[in-house]
Design a protein around this ligand. Sequence first.
Ligand SMILES: *Cc1c(COP(=O)(O)O)cnc(C)c1O
Length: 219
Amino acid sequence: MALQDIKDRIISAEEKAERTAGSTQLIAVSKVQPNERVQAILEQGHRVFGENRVQEAAGKWPAFREKFEGIELHLIGPLQTNKARQAMELAQSIHTLDRPKLAKTFARLAQEMGACPDLYIQVNTGEEPQKAGVLPADADAFVAEAIAMDLPVRGLMCIPPVDQEAAQHFALLGEIAARNGLTGLSMGMSGDFETAVALGATHVRVGSAIFGDRVPSAG
Ligand SMILES: *Cc1c(COP(=O)(O)O)cnc(C)c1O
């Protein structure tokens, strides 16, 4: 069973790193997966899921929430400002706060709604032009700016460049978080979650290793 296998591997990685067993949250990334596969993971008792797109999440999760209690949804994809309200209504965590305009929008909506999901600031650790996230050099200032807006900033998130050692990026993210007093680290995917656990990930985002390959035509 893929889910149990991933959970076991996380526990082993925690043990190896002398971390508390269960201190890493597994986010099952269900984007573009057929509903039967998602349902199967829910039936195995898992409740923490990740989605990339607000639209897709909004089409899929209300029905699952009627059938299963305690579902926790994490939005892990780039977020347009005009989708912020819907994202905040749907998700318990948003991992992709990456610019002042979005921070301001969250702050305004949080006032209005009286609540705000947990937020993670995405850092573009590889400084890739096509990738979202604040640059490492701008991260301290942006963290301070978001906290000054009273936003619930819980930690940092990164997606390392595909062609580089993930470990150096996870370590960099950990350093930036530590010097800013942040404890949350959203890092690690199917190919490198054990490395991420070794470097202190509090949330790993694992999709294909749990669900199988994404079916491109679905969703
Ligand atoms: C799709 C995605 C994942 C999961 O990727 P897998 O390689 O399938 O585990 C994790 N994080 C983000 C931001 C993603 O978009």
